[in-house]
Every structure is written in structure tokens, then in C-alpha cells.
Design a protein around this ligand. Structure first.
Ligand code: HPA
Ligand code: ZN
Length: 350
């Protein structure tokens, strides 16, 4: 329960949320039971007998009793837990319920519009068809707009640890769902995977009218060159947004460029607290804000970050960056500004 009624009530736009990152242990347990699957420990193969037992193992942070892990070790266990979870999603009803679970949280937090990422390659490799996945998502999307007053669009995220060829194959199928999909993103493990590896698909998507974004620098410090590629090169002239990328504070020149081009940055405080000292995280967010870069605070993977949604991310940013209510209003407006909704939808939000 929050007493901050201003932050609770302000109309919100959420631009960085992975639908698979909202797959809580309780949802996974429900889907697994219904699909006659046994949940087992990813390393030992031992079956979990109760939801409580399963929940305890779920959060890599909690499983280690809050000890901060060395970065590469932790990133691996996050990806293991995250991608390992896709397996329980089998039916259109599973996808529908997963998306409705997010939309209900969004509505409760006054989210009026959201752009939701999904990782199609993670689902086709567990044998799910596009019809199953998109069928569930589209029914939820329609219901959320009608009954919860939450409008939305989807961002198809490419898995950068897979091949550019797999990315292109999935992109071509996604064209069948372009009435739902507004943009193309890039996620998963950034190690040795610069964004320009995927230029063929980014350039094609740009030409076809999709908006572009890519994850940069989450979990470990990757080369600033990756951010430079996102800001200036992918899709010919650079993306519309950057997901994360807090380490641009190390480059005044990149900061100036991003500000000048009006590239929005999605910032998810709870994601960084897994890897980086708090003071550094909040100092950097404050630097971006004070430089006039448009930032959109969002939640990323709530189910993997101690159940923290957009509201908790805004509250923690407010507290540690010492944002005033008028700063919060600027953040809310900046999120509207850098979202990809039609002008008419944007104008009705705030
Ligand atoms: N990092 C990179 N890719 C991701 C993440 C993340 O934290 N969550 C979902 N895809
Ligand atoms: Zn993300």
C-alpha cells in the first residue's frame, strides 16, 4: 500500500515491460498443473512438490539470501530462470491469462497505454505456434482496452544470442500480425552481440514502418559502441529509443547526441539494483534527467525483481533521485512523448 497518491494516480505510459517477465511463480505453477507438467529445478532436475518450495527457488537473488553475485554469474541465472519459464506456456488460454494478469496490474496503477515486449523465438523453440501466442495476446489486448481502459501495442524483441537468420525468419512471420506489433527490439544476453549484427532485419523493419529499440548495457558494462550503434546506425540512421543504457553518463558526447536526436530512454531502476550499487544507479538517472534526456521509467521484469511494477519503480526513483511531484509530471509527459502511439491517443493521456 502506498500513501503517495500523486504518483499512484498520475496517468502512466509503460514502455519497457516483458510479458514473460510478468510470469510469476504462481502463474507458472497454475499453467504447469493445467498442462500436466512437473516443475523441476533447472540444475538438479529435482521436482518441486509445492508452490512455496518453488517460489523460494525462483528468485536468484532470494535464493542466495540477498548476497550480491558477481555480474556474469547472476546474468546467467536470470536468463536461465527467465527463458526456462517459457516452457509452461502451452495454450492460447495460458497466453491470454498471462497478458490479462499484466493488464490488470497496469490498470490498477493507472497505466493508460503500454508497449509490451515479447520474445517470439523463446516460444517457437518450446513448440508453441504463432497462432497460439498471438491469439491469446490479441484477445487480452482487446479486453484490456474495452474493460480496463488500457490501450497497448506489442514490441517484438529479437534474441540477440540467436542468429540473425533466426531473427529474420521470425520477423517475416511477425508481418502477419502487424496490426498488433508497433516495433522491433533486441534483448537477451548482450555479451559479444553488437546491435549491428542484426542490421538486415532492423533496416527491413524500418523500411516496413516499424519503430526500433534495443537493450543496451543491463547487467554488466558492455561497450559504449553498442549504444552508439543503436543511437546512430541501426535501421540506417539509428533507433527511436534505447532500453536502459545508463552507462552513457560516461560519455558527454553520446549524451548530447541522444538528447539532440530526441531518443527516449526506458529506465527500470529495480533491474539495475540487482547488479549495481544503488547510489551509482540513482546518480546516473538524475544526470540523464537533469541533462534533459527524455526518460520513461518502467518495470522490465516484475516477477523477477521482487514483484516490483511501474509504480514501485517510480516510487524508488522519486525517493532516491529526490524527484519532486513536478519532476514526476515531467517524467510522465516524457513517457507520453517518446511512446509510439498515434498522436490522438497521446493527446488523451495526460
Ligand atoms: N536483460 C536482457 N534481456 C532481457 C531482460 C534483461 O534483464 N529481460 C528480458 N529480456
Ligand atoms: Zn528489458
Amino acid at each position: 500500500e502506498t500513501k503517495d497518491s500523486f504518483v499512484s494516480a498520475i496517468p502512466k505510459v509503460e514502455l519497457h515491460i516483458h510479458i514473460e517477465g510478468t510470469l510469476t511463480p504462481a502463474l507458472k505453477w497454475r499453467f504447469a498443473q493445467r498442462n500436466n507438467m512437473t516443475l523441476t529445478h533447472p540444475r538438479t532436475g529435482v521436482a518441486f512438490l509445492t508452490l512455496e518450495e518453488y517460489e523460494e527457488s525462483h528468485d536468484p537473488m532470494k535464493a542466495r539470501k540477498g548476497e550480491r553475485m558477481n555480474n556474469s554469474e547472476e546474468t546467467l541465472s536470470f536468463f536461465e530462470a527467465y527463458y526456462g519459464g517459457f516452457d509452461v506456456l502451452r495454450t492460447e488460454q495460458d497466453y491470454y491469462e498471462l497478458a490479462m494478469h499484466y493488464y490488470e496490474h497496469a490498470a490498477a496503477m493507472s497505466v493508460r497505454y503500454c508497449e509490451i515486449s515479447f520474445d517470439p523465438q523463446g516460444h517457437t523453440r518450446t513448440g508453441t505456434t504463432w497462432e497460439t501466442m498471438m491469439g491469446g495476446f490479441s484477445k487480452a489486448q482487446e479486453k484490456a482496452e474495452k474493460d480496463l481502459k488500457v490501450k497497448s501495442a506489442w514490441i517484438m524483441c529479437l534474441l540477440r544470442d540467436l542468429s540473425p537468420q533466426s531473427a529474420m525468419e521470425h520477423y517475416l512471420v511477425a508481418l502477419n500480425y502487424r496490426h498488433m506489433i508497433i516495433g522491433v527490439g533486441l534483448d537477451s544476453n548482450e555479451d559479444g552481440r553488437p546491435p549491428m549484427l542484426f542490421e538486415e532485419v532492423f533496416a527491413t523493419a524500418r523500411k516496413d514502418g516499424f519503430r526500433l529499440t534495443a537493450h543496451c548495457d543491463v547487467g554488466k558494462t558492455y561497450p559504449l559502441e553498442h549504444i552508439r550503434q543503436v543511437a546512430t546506425k541501426i535501421g540506417h540512421k539509428g533507433a527511436d529509443r534505447i532500453d536502459h543504457g545508463l552507462n552513457i553518463t560516461e560519455s558527454p558526447e553520446l549524451m548530447a547526441l541522444i538528447r539532440m536526436k530526441g531518443i527516449g530512454m526506458t529506465i527500470c531502476p529495480w533491474s539495475y539494483m540487482r547488479h549495481q550499487p544503488m547510489e551509482e544507479v540513482y546518480e546516473r538517472i538524475r544526470i540523464l534527467f537533469d541533462a534533459g534526456i527524455k526518460i520513461a521509467i518502467a518495470s522490465d521484469d516484475p516477477a523477477f525483481m521482487e514483484d516490483t511494477w511501474i509504480l514501485e519503480n517510480l516510487l524508488v526513483a522519486k525517493k532516491f533521485c529526490k524527484f519532486t511531484d513536478s519532476d514526476i509530471l515531467i517524467l510522465a509527459k516524457d513517457a507520453v512523448d517518446v511512446c509510439w502511439a498515434p498522436e490522438q491517443v497521446k493527446n488523451e493521456i495526460l
